[in-house]
Write a protein that binds this ligand. Structure first.
Ligand SMILES: Nc1nc2c(ncn2[C@@H]2O[C@H](COP(=O)(O)OP(=O)(O)OP(=O)(O)O)[C@@H](O)[C@H]2O)c(=O)[nH]1
Length: 456
């Protein structure tokens, strides 16, 4: 399953879960704490006469369970300033109590028989270690609500919002303002009391049940939980998206690297191929194609600057004999060594080119005819001084010229070639130079088959 499909499924599940939980919270999820005489909670009664040294004349309360009913009989007198009878239900031992804050209302079904207004007060006593003592229930906060039960014992539903804390209790116990709010988190005991009016006589309160109603999860908690889940889901989706983005970024970077590498390699190969195309594989010096552009540039420069450009045609004498006598391989070695020898004698800016066969050409930019001639002469001399492969002695002929003003490059080349031809014709192993305007030879004289020179 792809990641985005996984996200979509997660979102869908979360959406259904959110709607379902909200609907369930609204119409269900009910939680009830039901209390009656059979619930097993300890029940007791107390009145203003309890604790008096002589209870004569004070109010008296007695408890009479009747099936599931909790019945309190109360003889109320006016001896005590605030006469009361009270029925207490112990929910849990202090200091723990039970948490009623998760409920939102209390439902009480009771029947009140007696004189006067028959008002009752429901009290939820909350333990707070800040000001409560375990053994003194009076120090437990009096969260209370007073109401007049409906005639005929109908149930009364009281939202917790209507609860308040008795002013007299806050005063008596010096509770600071910040701790004075209703608090139902730890309730060890709830009470129903006749307090609040002073109608003497026989009173009877029969309680069918006291039921706390709430939701297993409050709307606020559920909303917070759902928001957190959505945040978590979104964060996971974002993180996974980012990871996927990073991965595709690094993949495209790798691809880009690979392509760049390939492009570099191809570029290198292109350079090598074009280099190879411009170089003579045997001697390693440039071939005609490799020097053409530079030669055109050099001739243009010479034409515009008026500086000389010299050319020297060089040809090994009787090279055919070398091949014939010592073999083609030795001939190759001689050619190679010959190119190296001339190469050591050129300067930067000069060109040495294998023009074809055993014929080499030199270009000397900025060299006048006499300079080029004397350099050619030194080269010719050096050829004769070297011991060549197989202990041979060889010579070479040189034809030198310079480019004339407004001269075609082809004329220039032809004159150098002509000078070489003349060097061959006039005995070989020599340098012949021709200035622009010198007469040209009629043509190359064919060699004799035995390689003898022919003078014309
Ligand atoms: N070994 C070898 N021989 C080559 C190469 N290129 C040309 N040659 C040989 O060079 C020889 C040139 O001979 P020719 O043009 O008759 O001239 P030559 O024998 O040098 O005599 P001259 O130039 O008249 O002094 C031929 O035998 C070609 O085969 C090469 O790359 N290697």
């Amino acid at each position: 399953m792809s990641l985005s499909a996984f996200h979509r499924l997660g979102m869908l599940v979360m959406l259904l879960l959110s709607v379902g939980l909200l609907a369930w919270q609204t119409w269900g999820m009910d939680r009830v704490l039901y209390i009656d005489a059979r619930s097993g909670y300890p029940i007791s009664v107390v009145s203003d006469g309890d604790g008096q040294k002589d209870p004569t004349g004070y109010s008296r309360a007695s408890y009479h369970p009747d099936g599931h009913r909790m019945r309190m009989n109360c003889t109320l007198t006016t001896r005590y300033d605030w006469p009361y009878c009270e029925l207490d239900v112990t929910l849990a031992k202090a200091p723990d109590g039970i948490d009623l804050a998760d409920y939102d209302r209390v439902e009480i079904k009771l029947d009140y028989q007696g004189p006067g207004r028959r008002q009752v007060r429901f009290v939820a006593r909350n333990f707070d270690p800040a000001y409560s003592k375990v053994e003194t229930p009076e120090t437990w906060k009096n969260n209370l609500v007073s109401f007049t039960p409906k005639a005929g014992g109908e149930e009364v539903s009281i939202p917790f919002d209507l609860f308040s804390v008795a002013e007299w209790w806050l005063d008596d116990h010096h509770i600071p303002l910040l701790q004075s709010a209703v608090d139902l988190h730890r309730v060890p005991m709830i009470s129903l009391t006749t307090a609040g009016f002073k109608e003497p006589g026989e009173h009877q309160i029969s309680i069918d049940y006291i039921a706390f109603h709430g939701k297993w999860i409050s709307r606020e908690k559920l909303a917070t939980l759902l928001v957190l889940c959505w945040i978590l889901l979104s964060a996971i989706a974002l993180i996974q998206d980012q990871a996927r983005l990073n991965q595709s970024l690094s993949e495209s970077r790798q691809r880009e690297h690979a392509l760049r590498d390939l492009a570099d390699t191809l570029h290198l190969e292109k350079i090598q191929i074009s280099e190879q195309a411009q170089r003579d594989p045997l001697t390693g010096i440039r071939n005609r194609a490799g020097v053409l552009e530079e030669l055109l540039r050099a001739s243009e420069h010479a034409r515009h600057s008026g500086k000389p450009l010299a050319m020297v045609f060089v040809d090994i004498d009787h090279f055919k004999e070398v091949n014939d006598t010592h073999g083609h391989e030795v001939g190759d070695m001689v050619l190679k060594q010959f190119a190296q020898l001339l190469g050591t004698q050129i300067r930067s800016g000069d060109y040495l080119v294998r023009w074809g066969g055993e014929e080499l050409v030199l270009f000397f930019p900025n060299a006048a005819l006499d300079t080029a001639t004397s350099r050619a002469e030194r080269m010719r001399q050096s050829v004769t001084e070297v011991i060549w492969p197989a202990g041979m002695r060889i010579t070479a002929s040189f034809g030198v010229t310079v480019m004339g003003m407004d001269e075609q490059i082809s004329q220039f080349i032809r004159r150098a070639d002509d000078a070489l031809y003349e060097a061959k014709r006039t005995g070989r192993n020599r340098v012949v130079s021709k200035a622009p305007g010198d007469s040209m030879s009629v043509g190359r004289t064919p060699k004799t088959t035995d390689g003898e020179d022919q003078e014309t």
